[in-house]
Ligand binder design. Structure first.
Ligand code: C2E
Ligand code: SIN
Ligand code: SIN
Ligand code: FE
Ligand code: FE
Length: 721
């Protein structure tokens, strides 16, 4: 800021000084010009005066000689005559010069204009005198002079010369005065200019001097400061070195690995722990780059992280798997911190922790497998499907090539292949073994795990083994499937490479076999249960059909109304995308849609006329009656939607609950269209059947008010087919 201002000031001072010098210079120059001009005028006037006098002298001389000659007749007197009329040096020439000298003086010009003819006249007379003297002699020349009577003319000439001289004298005085005034002014201007320049120069010198002195002082200060600083840096460095040595001692004794890596990736410092962790000596590390010590390290993700930390100067914390040159592996947790020298890395050996983590992961992985099989058992409805899930799980988790299950058939006393997974031939799928024969028979009979290594060398006549040889199998693990003490089959795990299982694996293998046994058993029980359920369902549906038929008869509706609306509703429901499980309930619901009319007295239900408001109130109760009637039958719960909701309307104006839009179950929305369609095409006690076109028009007219537009769309498409 200060510097900026002073720079501005010095600029201003410079401009100011230059301006003053310029003005003084201009002033001197103008005065000098005027002085030169007035001097010119003075010398011109002096010249004019000289010329005037010379001219007059010439004329007077000629006049005088004329007279002398006339009186004496002496030839010598004629000399001035010649001079006066000579065009080179004579009067004429002087007059021309006078004219040019007084060109800018109008008064003198006027006088010259007056003078020149007079002088011309005089010169002509003189010329005539000279001519006469040469031609006719003295007497005739004397006569011209005497008769010429030029006295007045000469007086007039003399007077004009005198005037001109006076005028020039005045001019001389005037210009001389002007000249001295201008000379004085010029001197003053030049002196002032010189004085000012001198003052400015002095001031500049003074200021320059002061600056130089201050600068010298500042330099001295700076020098002292530098010395002070040097001293302090020296002191600090010594302290730092001491501190560093202390830190190094601390790092040396730390339990964690500590290393300092330079910007050129050289190991600048490592403690003993790092050397131990790396199975290497400190000498092999110190002074060498990481790439030299561990060739290829610069291609690893670890190095990518280190490079990032080095370049961006940011810390990081990573877990790194380290492979020793021997191929052994270890895990290290590395804390990387950027420091002045490069990077500081703290390393902790976490190999043990990682190992136990891996073991836990393995355990978790196996638990998940058991859970998946449990789920398959819980939701089991199909033995083959369940087995497929279980076998896939087992193959993946046990890292096997083929898993196979044979089921015990107690009637035939044979083991029949029921499920396989993995790549294998057809033959594998259709294997049957008699209990007690071959490896599987042995597993089943002895109820223990049997392990076969080097299958390829088997020479028995066991058909299972020959199939395995064809499958290019090497190792077999076979274990019985037992539930509640009963043998239900055999579980085989096959490898195409030699597989040396550890105890951990065998435990897991047997657990999986136990789960598989339970899965197979539970599916078998479920299938048995389903078979009895099916019998029950058939009995129920027969009953339902009987009910609805009885209802049709009572309502006096055209025989088959219920069956027709049921068929049509099922068609619409299928198009609407309901599942086959849902369709079962739709069918039952449609069959029972007006079951509630069982609670409507005959006099209302069968009235051959319009219902009055009280009767209508009772009639509107039939969906509620249906609900109450069917609710206690658990089996029919999923079929309640149609009987309870078939009189609800899309716009909410229906009964019994006034549901609207998609609050009304889809099946009931579809059914409502079908029910009205079939009711109108039939005779009722209170009206005749309508024509088909009228019915369709009627249904279209109720689109969006009574009916779901989607249901109407599906209905119209179905009807048109
Ligand atoms: P429903 O005969 O099975 O008729 C089912 C639905 O088809 C009726 O529901 C109505 O939406 C439509 N529907 C049937 N016939 C006609 C008709 O002639 N004109 C029109 N526009 N729509 C018709 P809704 O109206 O809720 O009636 C429910 C039940 O009440 C009917 O079942 C029927 O048993 C009885 N019902 C309705 N109106 C009368 C009536 O005027 N006299 C008698 N005796 N019973 C009636
Ligand atoms: C390294 O020196 O950068 C790796 C060795 C270790 O992980 O301790
Ligand atoms: C049904 O289960 O009967 C139909 C399902 C539905 O209403 O959305
Ligand atoms: Fe109804
Ligand atoms: Fe009906």
């Amino acid at each position: 800021m200060k510097k900026y201002i002073s720079a501005n000031f010095s600029n201003l001072g410079f401009i100011f000084a230059i301006s003053i010098l310029l003005i003084a210079g201009i002033f001197s120059f103008v005065n000098l010009t005027i002085l030169i001009e007035s001097n010119n005028q003075v010398s011109q006037t002096l010249l004019t005066l000289t010329k005037l006098e010379e001219t007059l002298t010439l004329l007077v001389d000629a006049e005088t000689s004329q007279r002398g000659y006339v009186i004496t007749g002496d030839e010598a007197y004629l000399e001035p005559y010649y001079n006066a009329i000579n065009s080179e040096t004579g009067v004429r020439r002087n007059l021309e010069e006078l004219q040019s000298l007084t060109a800018n003086k109008p008064q003198q010009q006027t006088r010259l204009e007056y003078l020149i003819p007079l002088i011309d006249e005089r010169l002509k007379v003189i010329a005539q005198v000279i001519h006469q003297r040469e031609e006719a002699g003295f007497e005739s020349a004397q006569a011209i002079v005497l008769n010429g009577g030029g006295k007045e003319m000469m007086d007039s000439i003399r007077q004009t010369f005198a005037e001109m001289e006076m005028a020039e004298n005045d001019m001389l005085v005037y210009w001389s005065e002007m000249s001295s005034v201008n000379l004085r002014n010029t001197m003053i201007a030049m002196t002032l200019g010189a004085l000012l320049s001198f003052i400015l120069l002095l001031a500049s010198f003074y200021m320059l001097n002061r600056e130089v002195r201050e600068r010298r002082l500042a330099q001295t200060d700076l020098h002292q400061l530098n010395q002070e600083l040097d001293k302090r840096v020296q002191e600090r460095s010594e302290q730092l070195v001491e501190a560093n040595q202390r830190y190094v001692r601390v790092l040396d004794t730390m339990l964690e690995g500590c290393q300092i890596i330079g910007f050129d990736w050289r190991y600048l410092y490592v403690n003993d722990v790092v050397a131990n962790q790396g199975h290497i000596t400190k000498d092999r590390l110190l002074g060498h780059t990481m790439m030299e010590v561990y060739p290829g390290i610069d291609e690893t993700p670890l190095f990518t992280t280190l490079r990032g930390c080095m370049q961006e100067r940011k810390p990081a914390r990573i877990e790194n798997e380290f492979t020793y040159p021997t191929g052994e592996k270890g895990w290290f947790e590395l804390s990387i911190e950027p420091i002045a020298e490069g990077l500081f890395i703290l390393s902790i050996d976490i190999t043990e922790r990682k190992r136990s983590e891996e073991a836990i992961q393995q355990q978790l992985y196996r638990l998940k497998s058991l859970r998946a099989i449990d789920l398959a058992i819980l939701s089991a409805t199909d033995l083959r499907l369940t087995l497929k899930t279980v076998l896939e799980e087992a193959k993946t988790r046990l890292h096997a090539d083929i898993v196979q299950v044979e089921l015990f058939n107690p009637g035939m006393l044979v083991l029949e292949t029921i499920g396989t997974t993995g790549n294998h031939t057809e033959e594998m799928q259709s294997l049957v073994t008699r209990l007690g024969d071959g490896i599987n028979g042995k597993t089943a009979l002895e109820r223990r795990t049997v392990i076969v290594d080097m299958i390829e060398e088997d020479e028995s006549d066991d058909p299972f083994m020959s199939v395995l040889i064809k499958e290019d199998a090497r190792s077999l693990y076979s274990t019985p499937l037992i539930v509640k003490g009963n043998l239900i089959g055999v579980f085989n795990v096959i490898f195409r490479k030699q597989y040396q299982a550890d105890q951990d694996w065998i435990d897991f293998f047997e657990t999986l076999a136990g789960q598989t046994a339970m899965a197979v058993d539970s599916v078998k029980s479920f299938e048995d249960l389903q078979r009895s359920n099916l019998d029950l369902a058939i009995a129920y549906d027969t009953t339902i059909e009987g009910w609805s038929h009885a209802l049709d008869l009572r309502d006096k509706e055209t025989e088959g109304h219920t069956l027709r609306v049921t068929q049509m509703t099922l068609r619409l429901a299928r198009i609407a995308g309901l599942s086959s499980a849902e369709l079962v309930h739709v069918r039952r619901g449609a069959l029972l849609h007006d079951i509630g009319k069982m609670g409507i007295p005959d006099n209302i239900l069968l009235k051959p006329d319009k219902l009055n408001p009280e009767e209508w109130e009772i009639m509107k109760k039939h969906p509620d009656y249906a609900y109450e009637l069917l609710l206690p039958i658990t089996y029919l719960h999923p079929a309640l939607d149609i009987p309870y909701c078939h009189h609800e309307k899309w716009d909410g104006s229906g009964y019994p609950r006034g549901l609207y839009g998609e609050q009304i179950p889809l099946s009931a929305r579809l059914f409502a269209v079908v029910d009205v369609w079939d009711a109108l095409r039939s005779d009722r006690p209170y009206r005749q059947a309508w024509a088909e076109e009228r019915v369709i028009e009627h249904i279209q007219s109720l689109n969006m008010s009574h009916f779901d537009p989607h249901a109407v769309e599906i209905f119209l498409k179905t009807i048109n087919k």
